[in-house]
Design a protein around this ligand. Structure first.
Ligand code: PEP
Length: 245
């Protein structure tokens, strides 16, 4: 049985004070949710105070990126030990915005996954095709390349901690959600690419304009195990509605 996950990717939104305010408001709304894992991923400067405010709650903390070295002359980067020390248990890796704007590749995604696993952070690894790739019929090829590159030589023993997010790029922040059938088709395909011993227990989240009004239909699909949510995770009300699908 795969416990569903609702993970909020806050991207570059919310100051520290706004993040703390969100947590104060969301905690009572989701306090009885036991059948899902809930995660919020604020910006780096908001992590510390958000972690304090989350203490004792049923919402976990994640970061939006991780560098592959533990420390050193890497201006602007954040390492696994630093994320661990601040209270993170999850980290988003390879989001399409990082691939598009910051030169992330399958190779660097692989290095970041290794760093996360080394420091006992669960990576939420994002894959997904762009609009022109879907339109030219190469969705499966693109996703397969991303999955094979991301998980190259990752030991099967680590798979309990790995989460995958399928996020068609054309659906992120656009209001255009993949239909439940379109998403299910790719989720099933991804599961089929995973090592046999781990495929059935690995959680594969869908991301791309998930909202309270479409979450139920998406989550009803057999291979969709939760959502990675941007816009609709920013308000306590809609986050809590998502967590109660
Ligand atoms: C995301 O940022 O991963 C995402 C899916 O965003 P949105 O829900 O806003 O489409």
């Amino acid at each position: 049985m795969r416990k569903p996950i609702i993970a909020g990717n806050w991207k570059m939104f919310k100051t520290e004070a706004e993040a703390v305010d969100f947590v104060k408001k969301v905690k009572p709304l989701v306090k009885d949710v036991k059948d899902k894992t809930m995660i919020i991923c604020p910006t780096f400067p908001a992590l510390s105070k958000t972690a304090d405010e989350l203490q004792g709650s049923n919402v976990a903390l994640g970061a939006q990126n991780i560098f592959w070295e533990d420390e050193g002359a890497f201006t602007g980067e954040i390492s696994g030990p630093m994320l661990k020390a601040v209270g993170c248990t999850y980290v988003i890796i390879g989001h399409s915005e990082r691939r598009q704007y910051f030169g992330e590749t399958d190779e660097t995604v692989n290095k970041r996954i290794r760093a996360a696993l080394k420091h006992k952070l669960s990576p939420i690894v994002c894959v997904g095709e762009r609009l022109e790739e879907r339109e030219s019929g190469s969705t499966f090829k693109v996703v397969e390349t991303q999955i094979r590159g991301a998980f190259k030589d990752i030991d099967e023993a680590h798979w309990d901690n790995i989460i995958i997010a399928y996020e068609p790029v054309w659906a992120i922040g656009t209001g255009k959600t993949a239909t439940p059938d379109q998403a299910q088709e790719v989720h099933k395909f991804i599961r089929g690419l995973l090592p046999k011993s781990v495929a059935e227990k690995t959680r594969i989240l869908y991301g791309g304009s998930v909202k309270p009004n479409n979450v139920k239909d998406l989550m009803a699909q057999p291979d969709i195990d939760g959502g990675l949510v941007g816009g609709a995770s920013l308000k306590p009300d809609s986050f809590s509605q998502l967590a109660m699908f």
